[in-house]
Design a protein around this ligand. Structure first.
Ligand code: ZN
Length: 104
């Protein structure tokens, strides 16, 4: 029986009882309340969307709307990963790291 988990990032063995972190990533399609009008006829667009949806399987449709991942990380990888995410995000967001308006 496996008595440890493995850090997703560095592969280190993390015995049960040791310090480790679960990173949960939820990715969901954002809807800002604005529906763009299609260039052409709205009925044609509706038919096109319906046939597009019929061609996709249920799993692919769900993946387009929502995905959820859990990763186990060791303490050091958690620190590095958090720093990388914040540094990368910080340079690309126009919001000065003020994420408060992302909370619904
Ligand atoms: Zn690690």
């Amino acid at each position: 029986m496996m008595s440890y988990q493995i850090c997703f990032r560095c592969g280190r063995r993390l015995p049960f009882g040791s310090l480790k972190y679960v990173i949960n990533i939820s990715i969901s399609a954002d809807f800002d309340g604005i529906l763009l009008e299609p260039d052409g006829d709205i009925n044609d667009e509706y038919e096109r969307l319906l046939s597009e949806i019929e061609d996709l399987d249920e799993e692919a449709l769900e993946r387009d709307v929502y995905q959820d991942f859990d990763f186990i990380l060791c303490n050091s990888c958690k620190d590095q990963w958090t720093r990388e995410i914040l540094e990368t995000g910080g340079s690309r967001t126009p919001f000065n790291n003020d994420f408060s308006h992302f909370i619904h």
